[in-house]
Design a binder for this molecule. Structure first.
Ligand SMILES: C[S@@+](CC[C@H](N)C(=O)[O-])C[C@H]1O[C@@H](n2cnc3c(N)ncnc32)[C@H](O)[C@@H]1O
Length: 266
């Protein structure tokens, strides 16, 4: 990633208030560390860890977790969350494409909806594997392209192509993610489709949350003119409205993602 691309990604993800939307992903983090069998004393690296969802989930299982991310402000938030919970985690400002750790230094490497934004997916995949010890476990999550999470990323890429980093939708299908990792780098690879339910008091409230708090939507909104803003809001609202399940108050939206686990060969 060039210095200017990294700086822009940092600005995008520092905008808004990521924690307020990211907290909805806690069930995905808990599921992933449970499926990976994270154990006390495991050295765990969370890549693109944001405000710490998955590093904290690992720390709740007494692992020795490090949360890494491009954005220092998000890591500071992760430390505050750890303190409130009475947990200890480490943090490191790091680009997923250039991890500042020696080869084979972790028992477990995870990334929930994080590494998918790396500018060069193949380079980032090599980095995830490089820092993992042989026999160590890798776990990733990425939105399925047809799910609301994937549809939102496609919508943003159309409305604000300049800020669309990486190729997040490629990571969300078994065929796509298989093509990103070097052949033979991982064994016992498992692809699981999972769903997390997103709730909001209304579609309008969901839009406000994303516009105000989710960096990529926030910066797209700021960049667009009135016509562009209207179109983005309308398409966002139509999409979330179309996925809502059941009657009753508020919206309940099943958001489907791919969970990938594997073991480093060698
Ligand atoms: C959707 S958030 C996911 C955060 C967290 N893993 C979670 O589950 O809540 C994406 C995260 O990836 C980070 N990110 C984006 N590009 C990155 C890169 N090239 N290297 C490291 N982190 C990156 C962002 O700063 C942001 O925290």
């Amino acid at each position: 990633m060039t210095a200017s691309t990294a700086a822009r990604s940092r600005e995008v993800w520092a905008a808004g208030d990521y924690q307020k939307v990211g907290v909805r992903l806690v069930p995905c983090s808990e599921q992933l560390v449970a499926d990976l069998g994270v154990r006390p004393g495991d050295r765990v690296l969370d890549v693109g860890g944001g405000t710490g969802n998955t590093a904290l989930a690992a720390a709740r299982r007494d692992a020795d977790a490090v949360c890494s991310d491009l954005v220092p402000e998000l890591l500071e938030y992760a430390l505050r969350r750890a303190e409130v919970e009475g947990l200890t985690i480490g943090t490191e400002v790091a680009d997923a494409g250039e991890l500042p750790f020696p080869d084979d230094s972790f028992d477990v490497v995870v990334s929930t909806f994080g590494v998918v934004f790396a500018a060069d997916p193949e380079q980032a995949a090599r980095e995830l594997v490089r820092v993992l010890r042989p026999g160590g476990r890798l776990g990733l999550t990425a939105w399925r392209p047809e799910a609301p999470g994937g549809r939102l990323l496609a919508l943003l890429a159309r409305h604000d192509p300049e800020d669309a980093a990486g190729e997040p939708l490629r990571w969300g299908t078994p065929e796509g993610v298989q093509g990103i990792f070097d052949r033979g780098a991982l064994r016992q690879v498992k692809h699981s489709e999972r769903t997390v339910e997103f709730t909001a008091p209304s579609v309008a409230a969901q839009w406000q949350r994303y516009r105000d708090w989710f960096g990529p939507v926030h910066v797209a909104w700021e960049r667009l003119d009135d016509l562009g803003r209207d179109a983005l809001e309308r398409e966002f609202s139509d999409m979330w409205g179309s996925f809502t399940r059941g009657g009753g108050p508020g919206i309940v939206v099943p958001n489907t993602y791919l969970q990938v686990t594997g073991v480093k060969a060698g």
